[in-house]
Design a protein around this ligand. Structure first.
Ligand code: GUN
Ligand code: ZN
Length: 429
């Protein structure tokens, strides 16, 4: 069914090289038909055209943005978000592994997955690349919850056969077999996509990394999803475990895991060679600023990554990250970039949350913008949802200034509706 959405329409058009830009219609209309974007344009023109008799969802006064894309998040860590006082390796042992052990229970997985999907949608996130736990049923649960909403989710079972509690370990063989069965069951069903997910090099034996590489070659359309170069103790541990490798990234590369549709969370402690290789081989970085600050990991250098030609998406990394909100996450990304002396523009912040994420996931022909034919995942944002943001928004004179204040001050209170393939999900239609 065709309908029109009216409001201030803003998206980042396809990048013609150089810096991201904004396309804005202050009083704009988007034509949605059969779950896809057909056109956007000024209301004065489109409402007088052959479209004038279509129903209009009027969000005048609010912004209509593409759905936000979170390129790295752990749904089983929902309940340990904001756990005190540790850096990565201690945090994994103290909080993460015990929490993930509970996902051997299908009911825990289903209940958490349903909450998690709703929380993403409440925050305006319409696509996410999600880690499960080592348990195959944790992935069944997240895919089932996403399918119930027609949500485009990529997810995978964690592969982990050493250096973790026994009840969280698979083996090289069982990890391969279970992942393959999940790919066959879920990849390409509706909007769902599979991500082959070795947790990180320290928790996979060489036999498991080799098996994972074989799987990644056998299913090139799936994602590879892991962590790299997040924390200095972790990097030192990888050096000790893999003394023959030049770098942490090289461990993955040796097994064929640095390829198109590979997404590496963090990428803080990489060198020029690593960055060049990621760019040349089409792999992407997930920039996780709230996590990197919270776990004391370090400062990702976005400008350096882009100069090297890397694909970069933005990510919450809950539960190491401290917010489901991509607005909050973009605000922290801005602060990290400011520390590097290269502050992100408002257009780049929107780009990172939308089209850049889509491009990191090789989905930019389908999501991340309002090009004709794209899937109609979009959000309605009230930039004046609180007294302060209302005041700040009224003081702004340009769309860049309004967007920048929204990203810097905004959160879930500012997301007033979330649509997936043209159907409103939050608040429920
Ligand atoms: N490295 C390996 N596992 C994890 C995890 O669960 N969270 C983060 N932030 N880093 C990791
Ligand atoms: Zn993570």
């Amino acid at each position: 069914m065709a309908y029109l959405v009216r409001g201030t329409i803003v998206h980042c058009p396809r990048e013609a090289g150089g810096q991201p830009t904004l396309e804005t219609f202050d009083d704009g209309v988007m034509l949605v038909d059969d779950g896809h974007v057909q056109r956007i344009g000024p209301a004065t023109t489109l409402l007088r055209s052959d479209l004038k008799d279509l129903p209009v969802e009027d969000h005048s006064g609010s912004m209509i943005l593409p759905g936000l894309i979170d390129t790295h998040i752990h749904y089983p860590q929902t309940d340990i978000i904001a756990s005190y006082g540790e850096q990565l390796l201690e945090w994994l042992n103290r909080y993460t592994f015990p929490a993930e052990a509970a996902f051997g229970d299908a009911e825990v997985a289903a209940e958490t997955a349903a909450f998690f999907i709703d929380e993403l949608l409440r925050n305006g996130t319409t696509t996410a690349l999600v880690l499960g736990t080592v348990h195959a049923q944790s992935v069944d649960a997240i895919f089932a919850a996403a399918a119930a909403r027609d949500m485009r989710i990529a997810a995978g079972k964690v592969l982990m056969d050493r250096h973790a509690p026994d009840n969280l370990l698979d083996t090289a063989e069982s990890g391969y077999r279970d992942s393959q069965a999940l790919i066959e069951r879920w990849h390409g069903q509706g909007r769902l996509l599979y991500a082959i997910t070795p947790r990180f090099a320290p928790t996979s034996s060489e036999a498991q990394l080799a098996a994972t590489g074989r799987l990644a070659r056998a299913y090139p359309e799936t994602f590879v999803h892991t962590h790299v170069a997040e924390n200095s103790s972790e990097v030192a541990w990888v050096r000790a475990l893999f003394p023959d490798e030049r770098s942490y990234l090289d461990v993955y590369d040796r097994y064929g895991l640095v390829r198109e549709r590979s997404v590496f969370a963090h990428c803080i402690h990489l060198d020029d060679d690593d960055r060049r290789r990621m760019a040349e081989q089409g792999a992407a970085a997930a920039f996780c600023p709230t996590s990197n600050l919270f776990l004391g990991s370090g400062l990702f250098d976005y400008a350096q990554a882009r100069e090297a030609g890397m694909r970069v998406g933005l990510a919450t990394d809950v539960g190491g990250g401290t917010s489901f909100s991509m607005l909050r996450t973009a605000a922290e990304a801005y602060k990290v970039s400011a520390l590097h002396g290269q502050p992100l523009s408002a257009a780049t912040m929107l780009h990172l949350c939308t089209r850049a994420g889509a491009s990191a996931l090789y989905l930019d022909d389908r999501i991340g913008g309002f090009d004709p034919g794209m899937e109609a995942d979009f959000i309605v944002v009230n930039p004046a949802a609180t007294p302060l943001t209302g005041r700040r928004d009224r003081a702004a004179t340009t769309i860049e200034e309004r967007l920048f204040a929204l990203f810097t001050l905004g959160d879930d209170r500012h997301i007033t509706a979330t649509y997936l393939r043209g159907v409103r999900q939050m608040p429920a239609a």
